[in-house]
Ligand binder design. Structure first.
Ligand SMILES: Nc1ncnc2c1ncn2[C@@H]1O[C@H](COP(=O)(O)OP(=O)(O)OP(=O)(O)O)[C@@H](O)[C@H]1O
Ligand code: SF4
Ligand SMILES: [Mg+2]
Length: 333
């Protein structure tokens, strides 16, 4: 790596709000994450992208202290958030941080609201933990306004089944930002919504970010989403980050054969909103990872040495970090 590039990377890292290095998590007998590296700068939006089972949700859960209570263990690595080491956090530390500094909109958020409580009551219960009782109603309306909910006053009295999918997603986002977090994790925030509502939710997330300077991680399968709203990308494969960099750089000059395949697999490498589709073969599940490079069984550029060494994220001159032993020669193909 050249000295100026190294200096640039160090500068970018030193200003990161969140920095994850070599994170490895085991559940039961299997590693489910191994080699997750990513960083999120203050006020920036990172897209976390990868096929199903690549570890996106577990990465978010590790960042907010919500890994399964039984059987999950962080084996290696660090998570540094705003100068603190989250790997060493105990339950009471998480209770202070969760919702207030890092908030999470979970993947199943369309079913995540309590069906027997009105939206107003669900918001009030969370607001009450942070703000004085006298401000609860005003703050609830303000939050529904912030997420551009139609008729905020009326929505307070509504039950989740009386809301559309897009309105439920707005309510979940409102609940997540009650504590004015510095970092919002949104796990597939648009997946279950139709196309026009997806666009509206993405616009909402972008405008919230501008208004609050909140950093975000948006988990998605959708490269159209990545292109539209993210500043940076981390691509995951089989529990690890295999490429990371500024969104424009990664999409215009992908370095890893898997990233290239993802981009080529878009129905029109073509129109925005395209979902990731087929790459020959299946991604390996936990316990099925190949020795050496985990992508080797599907990689058209595989060589013998790829089975012997685990590639590390490395930046080549004029490139961004990718985990491929042949990165430098392939990038000039
Ligand atoms: N509680 C658990 N116990 C055991 N294995 C788990 C658990 N949760 C997730 N896994 C496994 O860890 C791997 C990563 O799961 P994760 O949910 O993070 O994937 P993902 O990238 O979010 O996928 P998707 O795009 O389908 O949401 C998967 O193989 C999954 O089966
Ligand atoms: S290390 Fe080898 S198998 Fe892995 S992506 Fe690079 S060329 Fe393909
Ligand atoms: Mg997931």
């Amino acid at each position: 790596m050249t000295a100026p590039l190294l200096a640039d990377l160090r500068r970018a890292r030193s200003s990161a709000l969140l920095e994850v290095r070599d994170l490895s998590v085991r559940i039961g007998h299997h590693d489910v994450l191994s080699g997750v590296d990513l960083s999120v700068g203050a006020g920036r939006c990172l897209g976390l992208v990868g096929e199903t089972g690549s570890g996106k949700t577990l990465t978010c859960r590790a960042l907010i202290g919500l890994l399964p209570r039984i059987g999950a263990e962080v084996m290696r690595g660090s998570i540094t958030f705003d100068g603190r080491d989250l790997v060493s956090f105990r339950q009471r530390d998480w209770n202070r941080l969760r919702g207030r500094e890092i908030a999470f909109v979970p993947q199943s958020s369309l079913t995540g609201l309590d069906p027997v409580m009105t939206v107003g009551r669900q918001l009030a219960e969370t607001i009450r933990l942070l703000d004085p009782e006298s401000e609860v109603r005003t703050r609830a309306v303000e939050l529904l306004d912030m997420v551009e909910m139609p008729n905020p006053q009326q929505t307070l009295t509504r039950y989740p089944h009386q809301l559309s999918g897009g309105m439920r997603q707005r309510a979940m986002i409102a609940l997540a930002i009650v504590g004015r977090p510095k970092l919002l994790l949104a796990d597939e925030p648009t997946t279950a919504l139709d196309v026009t509502v997806q666009r509206a939710i993405l616009e909402l997330l972008s405008s919230l970010r501008q208004a609050t300077h909140m950093s975000m991680i948006i988990v998605t399968h959708d490269l159209g989403v990545v292109e539209t709203v993210t500043d940076d990308i981390a691509i995951m494969y089989a529990g690890s980050t295999i490429e990371t960099g500024a969104t424009n750089d990664v999409l215009s000059r992908p370095q890893h054969p898997y990233t290239r395949a993802l981009l080529d697999a878009r129905p029109s490498a073509r129109a925005g909103g395209a979902r990731l589709t087929t790459i020959p073969g299946q991604p390996p599940g936990p316990g099925e990872w190949a020795d050496g490079c985990r992508y080797a069984p599907r990689c058209p550029f595989v060589q013998d040495r790829c089975h012997e060494h685990v590639p590390q994220l490395t930046a080549i001159p004029d490139g961004h970090p990718a985990a491929c032993l042949r990165q430098e020669e392939l990038v000039h193909d």
